[in-house]
Design a protein around this ligand. Structure first.
Ligand SMILES: [Ca+2]
Length: 311
């Protein structure tokens, strides 16, 4: 993985056509031409097990900037922005960072793409109620991290949380959560970028919004994260699909499904542009989550997204 420079843009799809964002091109690196050197390779693991609320560091470990945010937060937001302009830049780290959210409802995490200048920006979805958010980087000496205590209020506990993450070189993977019987890109029964970002489809009880899904993180670039939250489930099956919507290199994405008190994490097969990963199903009738791991090449039926009747 190469280091990145420049501005990381967190883009939220609005209505209308998607635009291609190419901000944050990979930087050249002095070590790139040295044989046998992977400039982004990490020789360490980020460890959060010893973290306490606030800043955690150790002699020789990565240097964290002074966080200007409080470490105990009450919010009604469903998303936390992990941003070096707020939390401070990181120095002397070996490769990208990690984030993780842990709560009684479940847990989820991902990488933090970090430039050689110490800047980073990603987003973490929040569960309802109390939770910890850990953000950290490592080097040979150990891990430096922040632990934030976050209380998310004005929300419904439980429900379904589906989180997709992917790495460098693949622009704009698209997360879909469907109601039973629907096909991908259904205008009413597929929660995705066209239906579920600035608005929500009316699922569950007609006219009630508390049971409607929402895509609270939508990502158009690489090093992405997307998240869909469905507060209340109907007694039906919900397929989960992922489109490789944009351009870029083949990539393996990671999907975490938090439902019924358990977290299931699946890695995709290698996905190429205009592939659809039929990732799995959440069955609210049996309270089970199953992966399928099928991939469909949709390039012959692609019109602002896959038009095939899948799953
Ligand atoms: Ca509703």
């Amino acid at each position: 993985m190469r280091p990145w420079i420049g501005v990381f843009v967190i883009a939220t799809a609005s209505c209308g056509a998607k635009s291609e964002l190419n901000i944050g091109e990979p930087a050249s690196h002095a070590n790139e031409n040295e044989p046998g050197v992977d400039p982004g390779a990490t020789s360490c693991d980020v460890v959060f097990s010893d973290a306490t609320p606030g800043k955690n560091t150790c002699p020789g470990c990565p240097t964290l900037g002074s966080a200007s945010t409080g470490f105990e937060q009450v919010t009604s937001d469903s998303v936390f922005s992990i941003d070096s302009t707020v939390l401070g830049r990181v120095r002397d780290n070996d490769g990208p960072g990690k984030w993780q959210v842990v709560s009684a409802e479940g847990n989820v995490g991902g990488d933090i793409a970090t430039g050689s200048d110490g800047f980073y920006a990603t987003k973490a979805p929040l569960f309802c109620g109390a939770q910890t958010l850990d953000i950290g980087w490592c080097n040979d000496a150990g891990t430096s991290s922040y632990r934030l205590l976050i209380e998310r209020q004005a929300c419904v506990a439980g429900g379904l949380h589906v989180t997709l993450t992917w790495g460098e070189g693949a622009n704009d993977l698209e997360l879909h959560l469907l109601r039973e019987g629907a096909y991908i890109n259904d205008p009413l029964n597929d929660c995705t970028w066209t239906t579920c970002v600035d608005t929500s489809p009316d699922w569950g009880q007609p006219g009630q919004s508390v049971d409607d899904p929402h895509k609270d993180i939508d990502w158009l670039d690489d090093n992405g994260v997307e998240n869909i939250e469905l507060p209340l489930l109907e007694l039906m099956r919900y397929p989960i699909l992922v489109e490789y919507w944009g351009t870029g290199e083949p990539i393996e994405a990671v999907l975490t499904v938090n439902a019924f008190g358990t977290a299931s994490t699946w890695s995709s097969p290698l996905l190429s542009p205009q592939d659809v990963w039929i990732a799995g199903t959440v069955d609210a009738t049996t309270r089970t989550v199953k992966t399928r791991a099928g991939v469909v090449d949709c390039s012959d039926a692609w019109r602002s997204g896959c038009q095939l009747p899948i799953p």
